[in-house]
Design a protein around this ligand. Structure first.
Ligand code: DGJ
Length: 740
């Protein structure tokens, strides 16, 4: 890995064995973009890649040049990376190179989540300073390249070097100008209970974007896009990933202009955003991880999985095996007391489950979702001995104990709202909109963050709590903070998320032994920024196995299996009413941080036996399910969508597990072949089918030994007639491969 600077050619070349990122200081001093892609040789100039240097929009000739951090108003009519309002009301900028430095490692971003380094020589950072002498403004562009990862992590810091305040109207984390627009845009979009579906479409002249204005990254769109060549598949072809480490209002956008070039930008959503920068003030953008793959979407995802798991997630749980959870939400909703909880925990423990998580309803007077958010004191009507009593009893069963919290919220019927109505977000002259019967606390106020830290620390310190599920069940309306002056209201959304990060930071530091799981009405804040504090997230409220195939497939485009909490729930499923076999529900949920979301006291003897086997199987292969290399094989978003398959492979390729799912059964179906990936072609694998269903392990499922080469080139034969006891719709098969 190197960052080369050639003073003669005025070129920067960030390179490792897998990628190169080349920039050049153009004759006018602008920082031009030359190349991002597969590794190029060092010590050479690539200036020829951008033959014309100047815009010449006056006579409408000449393709626009590629710039690293473009601004508007002086000839570049594409979307800008930076837009400001200066003290005279003008907004034109002309940013020119002024200095650069190369720093070992990677600096943190104050108040914001960021990737990091742990060992010397792991990464290097280039900081290029651009300046506008008239506006008296500096932009420091940061580029980190890791030695062993095909990523460039970018961000920007904007400094007011003048004597008058200025207003930032748009401050993107990165802008990337690509020389052609032969790309398709891949985004992860959906809604509650159908988060992160893969949407892939041509990029067309003009602008296409995904974004959030909801105060959270949202379930509607995810702060990640990829550009893939039309022919790019999972296994082959070029793809560029753009992953923003941010949990608030974001924008990720492409613009194709008339010469067919494409600009990509990502960062805080400029819509409704402004930031007053006083003289001497500095504004740091969130960071964006640009990744490149010449070998398809699979490799792009591996890059993100490794980076987010190893160098975004942090803390004591980063590398630890995640416990198998039983969560009482769908078992009881608000209707529970200590005996009921202990009965659930006891039954779960007998099946080998390791962590009991007490969900919503344990505090205040919360018997429904109309009250008590903000009153983080135990509901003694339900739990007379407090959290401590139930936690200690669960601990005595040999399980960990966790609780649900929703720190950012307040109910109208709560002591907190009665005491501090002004802490709820809202505009004094307007009514506040309630969603799920609750308001959002103004996390931009430091005193709110302080209060929550104290209240939650008291609870977390009062009992042996080793797991916290941090929920956020509504988006923000009437965005406004009574603590900010009129001219700073455009800062509200960003300050809100900075407050959330500050609280996360303080709580995770104060309770380093607790495993935090983020959640937002299901998976509405599943983003790279959250992973810096909570190494796993509740993937979706939709636990139906068929729906989860799509949700987990889409989520896996960026986020590692260890971050995806996936639970088996009861049937009929509470979200879609579907009946699926228990085997299938587990076969889907295995590929993530596994658990159960049902009442184990209501199970039949057969179901108890089956779950006991599922738990034992997951424990045996936990490392593979949580940290294996995940390969998507047959997509729920392409083809006839009736079959889905994926697999996870150990780093040393000695073992692998394949999940194969038939949505609807097809009569008289013949054998098919499923081409596997990631195996050692020279190894021989013992292939066995696994099932916890009594009677499924019949003669026809006896292990066979097959070469990694044939499994990848010809495929694993999936026999349509096998596994008779579980035939029917929604059938799943799990194959275990072990090298001999
Ligand atoms: C939404 C979450 O996604 C659910 O799992 C559950 O915790 C509820 N909130 C509780 O209100």
């Amino acid at each position: 890995m190197t960052i080369e600077w050639s003073a003669e050619a005025s070129e920067f070349h960030l390179r490792n064995d897998r990628i190169s990122y080349v920039m050049r200081v153009l004759e006018r001093g602008w920082l031009g973009h030359l190349y991002f892609g597969s590794a190029l040789a060092g010590a050479r100039s690539y200036a020829h890649l951008v033959p014309g240097e100047f815009f010449d929009f006056s006579n409408r000739v000449g393709a626009p040049i590629s710039l690293e951090y473009p601004t508007g108003g002086s000839g570049d009519f594409r979307v800008p990376a930076l837009a400001v309002e200066l003290s005279d009301g003008s907004g034109v900028l002309d940013l020119r190179y002024s200095a650069h430095r190369i720093i070992p490692g990677k600096p943190a971003i104050p108040g914001l989540p960021s990737t990091y380094v742990e060992v010397g020589g792991e990464a290097e950072t280039l900081e290029v300073t651009l300046a506008d002498a008239v506006a008296q403004l500096e932009v420091k562009l940061l580029y980190t390249i890791y030695r062993d990862r095909p990523v460039v992590v970018r961000g920007a810091r904007i400094v007011n070097t003048g004597k008058a305040p200025l207003i930032l109207r748009c401050a993107m984390s990165a802008s990337l100008d690509l020389p052609d627009s032969e790309w398709q845009l891949i985004a992860l979009s959906g809604d509650w209970a159908r988060e992160r579906y893969v949407v892939r479409q041509e990029i067309r002249p003009g602008r296409q974007s995904v974004s959030s204005l909801r105060g959270a990254s949202s379930s509607q769109h995810n702060p990640f896009i990829a550009l893939a060549r039309p022919a790019t598949t999972e296994a082959a072809g070029e793809a560029i990933g753009v992953c923003l480490a941010y949990s608030g209002n974001f924008l990720a956008e492409t613009e194709v202009e008339s010469f067919g070039t494409a600009r990509v930008r990502a960062g805080i959503n400029p819509e409704g955003f402004s930031w007053l920068l006083e003289p001497g003030g500095e504004f740091a953008t969130p960071e964006v991880v640009l990744a490149f793959s010449a070998a398809g979407l699979d490799e792009l995802s591996q890059t993100y999985h490794d980076l987010l798991r190893e160098r975004m997630a942090r803390g004591s749980w980063r590398d630890k095996p995640r416990p198998i959870v039983i969560n009482n939400w769908e078992a009881t909703y608000f209707d529970f007391d200590e005996p009921k909880l202990l009965a659930i925990a006891t039954a779960a423990r007998k099946m080998g489950i390791e962590m009991f998580v007490l969900d919503d309803g344990w505090f205040g007077r919360r018997d429904d979702d109309f009250s008590s958010l903000g009153d983080w004191k135990v509901n003694t009507a339900k739990l007379p001995g407090g959290i401590e009593s139930v936690a200690r009893k669960v601990e005595a069963l040999g399980m960990g104990f966790g609780i649900w919290i929703e720190p950012e919220m307040v109910s109208r019927r709560s002591d907190l709202f009665a005491e501090h109505p002004q802490w709820a977000i809202g505009i004094p002259s307007r009514p506040r909109t309630e969603h799920r019967n609750q308001y959002v606390l103004d996390m931009s106020r430091p005193e709110v963050v302080d209060h929550l830290f104290d209240a939650l620390s008291a609870i977390l310190g009062s009992a042996p709590i080793s797991y916290v599920k941090w929920d956020m069940n509504r988006y923000i309306t009437e965005p406004f903070s009574t603590s900010l002056p009129a001219w700073r209201q455009g800062e509200f959304f960003h300050r809100y998320i900075l407050g959330v990060y500050a609280l996360y930071d303080r709580l995770t530091k104060a309770f380093p032994g607790i495993l935090f799981e983020s959640c937002a009405g299901g998976g509405a804040r599943f983003d790279a920024g959250m992973l810096a504090f909570a190494p796993q997230a509740w993937t979706s409220d939709d636990t139906d196995a068929v729906e989860r195939l799509k949700i987990q497939w889409g989520t896996s485009m960026v986020y590692p299996l260890s971050s995806m909490a996936a639970h088996v729930s009861a049937v009929p499923n509470h979200q879609v009413g579907r009946m699926t076999p228990l085997q299938t529900r587990a076969a889907v949920a295995f590929f993530g941080a596994f658990g159960y979301e049902l009442d184990p006291t209501k199970l039949s003897v057969e179901e108890i036996a089956e779950i006991t086997q599922q738990v034992a199987f997951y424990k045996k292969w936990r490392e593979l399910f949580q940290r294996g290399r995940f390969h998507r094989l047959v997509s729920p978003f392409e083809g006839d969508r009736n079959v889905v398959a994926w697999m996870t492979v150990a780093d040393d390729a000695c073992s692998a597990i394949v999940g194969h799912y038939n949505i609807l059964n097809r009569p008289n179906s013949g054998p098919t072949r499923l081409k596997l990936r990631g195996l050692d072609p020279s190894a021989s694998y013992r292939v066995s089918t696994w099932s916890a269903v009594a009677g499924d392990q019949d003669e026809s499922t006896r292990p066979i030994v097959l070469g990694g080469d044939v499994l990848m080139a010809a495929g694993l034969v999936i026999d349509g007639e096998r596994l008779s006891p579980s035939q029917g719709d929604f059938r799943a098969r799990v194959y275990v491969l072990e090298s001999t």
